[in-house]
Design a protein around this ligand. Structure first.
Ligand code: HEM
Length: 457
């Protein structure tokens, strides 16, 4: 029997509005009743706003691909939570500005850059694996926080270059963590349907965190662009790219905003996948043994490198199946810029249009044993899921620009860490998903580590 990882209890019927708000405050994973998992599309209204949930490959394609022009704008909740930090950055912009930035950022995070950037991933993962091997056996380690630190280090090194000092990396990571803690992501004002121009108060502490992040990032960018550091980095690649239709590079503010977008978009997602995978493997002995056998055969104790990827097929399947069950971005939300049409019904301007990978990836009509962990679904030769049924990186023109980078990073890190140590969940710990902008296995993940025999990583 394949392992069944945990998820919040499902209601038989849709909860009443008051209960819905209470549940949403805890975790919006618990608001979905059993029946919603098998619906093609859900039309509903919360207070003054129409909400459409696209839950079939066809309706996902209608909204995110075919009518991208209408449904390209991020929801007010996302924009208002992130704009103070990202400014006009790609992640929260739309229209011609989004197109312009996308044409600069997408090529520098594309799969073709992996060869340049992968050594930073291998190095950081090997350093962490070595530290884990030295960790005292009986002392629980928060593996979620560890994965956050590792992926933050990796994205820092890829954005700013491998020679970025540990102190600068720590300053960036700490300032971001503080911002995320301070910003309230459930923007009730927008849900109530009030206009976009209405100011959203940002607390003094959050404003200070933003100022600190901007200052640190500006300093790092100046170090690269004015100090003439020539090593491979995403900032250097962006500096070499021209704004489409001109012969000039982006201005400094745009560099800063896009660097922050890459940091935000490119690290917590991967951290959550890794933490979930390590937790699931600690519970599923069969998959853990299969993974160890693959790592022994392919790596034989050394850290994983880019060239190993084609042979790490089971490791990749574990990562992909983990992202199916625990999509790092559990809700993709948009606001209709104009009237559109989904499943034959008119969608009014201003409606919220959602794709919820949490629902879609567990839809019984699309997946056999949808709640079970079965990495075999993603092994070479297995029938691939329909393109719009599996969307951990979103789909359509706004698809994640860093998907190849993120996937490669998750596989290389999982391979290197998993062969270095054996992990067990610390006694008494119960894991339950927590959904914010990303989906994590609780607030922390305390695990016990024992060095594996024979691994040199
Ligand atoms: C496992 C790792 C990752 C996952 C699961 C992931 C997932 C996603 C998702 C779902 C979106 C779309 C969000 C939405 O539509 O609301 C997105 C956007 C984006 N991601 Fe990723 N991501 C990952 C890693 C990365 C990495 C490593 C980078 C860059 C180095 C990156 C850069 C971006 C950017 C720039 C966008 C904005 C694209 C746009 O709006 O046009 N991501 N990502």
């Amino acid at each position: 029997m394949p392992y069944l990882p945990p998820y919040p209890p499902r209601h038989a019927k849709a909860p009443p509005l008051r209960e819905l708000f209470r549940l949403a405050k805890q975790s919006y994973l618990s608001i979905w009743s059993q029946g919603t998992f098998n619906q093609d599309v859900i039309f509903t209204r919360v207070l003054f706003r129409d909400i459409v949930v696209c839950n079939s490959p066809e309706t996902v394609a209608e909204a995110f691909v075919e009518q991208h022009e209408i449904f390209q704008r991020k929801s007010p909740q996302h924009r208002h939570a992130l704009k103070p930090l990202l400014g006009d950055g790609l992640f929260v912009s739309d229209g011609s500005l989004w197109r312009e930035r996308r044409r600069v950022v997408a090529p520098v995070t594309h799969a073709t850059r992996l060869a340049e950037l992968a050594p930073a991933i291998t190095e950081a993962a090997a350093e962490r694996a070595a530290a884990w091997r030295r960790h005292p056996a009986g002392e629980p380690l928060d593996v979620l926080a560890e994965m956050g630190r590792l992926t933050a280090e990796i994205i820092c090194r890829t954005i700013f270059g491998r020679s970025l000092g540990a102190e600068s990396a720590q300053a960036v990571v700490a300032a971001f963590a503080e911002y995320q803690r301070l910003v309230d992501q459930t923007d009730i004002v927008s849900l109530l349907g009030l206009p976009d121009w209405l100011p959203r108060p940002l607390g003094r502490e959050a404003r200070r965190a933003v100022a600190r992040i901007h200052e640190v990032v500006d300093r790092l960018i100046a170090g690269i662009l004015d100090g003439g550091r020539q090593e491979a980095s995403l900032i250097r690649s962006m500096a070499e790219a021209k704004v489409p239709g001109t012969d000039r590079p982006m201005d400094r503010r745009a560099f800063r905003n896009e660097a922050i977008v890459l940091f935000m978009a490119g690290h917590e997602t991967t951290a959550n996948v890794l933490a979930w995978a390590l937790f699931i493997l600690s519970q599923d002995q069969t998959s853990a043994a299969r993974l160890r056998a693959e790592l022994e055969a392919v790596l034989g104790g050394r850290p994983a490198m880019l060239e190993d990827l084609p042979r790490l097929t089971f490791t990749r399947a574990v990562v992909e199946e983990t992202m199916r069950l625990y999509p790092p971005v559990p809700v993709l939300s948009r606001e209709a810029l104009a009237p559109g049409r989904i499943a034959g019904r008119v969608v009014k301007k201003g409606s919220l249009v959602l794709v919820v990978p949490w629902l879609l990836h567990r839809r019984p009509a699309l997946w056999d044993q949808p709640d079970a962990f079965i990495p075999d679904r993603f092994l070479p030769g297995a029938p691939r899921p329909s393109r719009h049924a599996y969307v951990p990186f979103s789909t359509g023109p706004r698809i994640c620009t860093g998907l190849h980078l993120g996937l490669a990073e998750a596989v290389l890190c999982l391979a290197t860490l998993f062969q270095a140590v054996e992990l067990r969940l610390a006694p008494g710990v119960e894991v339950m998903p927590v959904a914010r902008l990303t989906l994590r296995p609780g607030e922390s993940l305390p695990m016990l580590l024992t060095a594996s025999a024979g691994a040199s990583a």
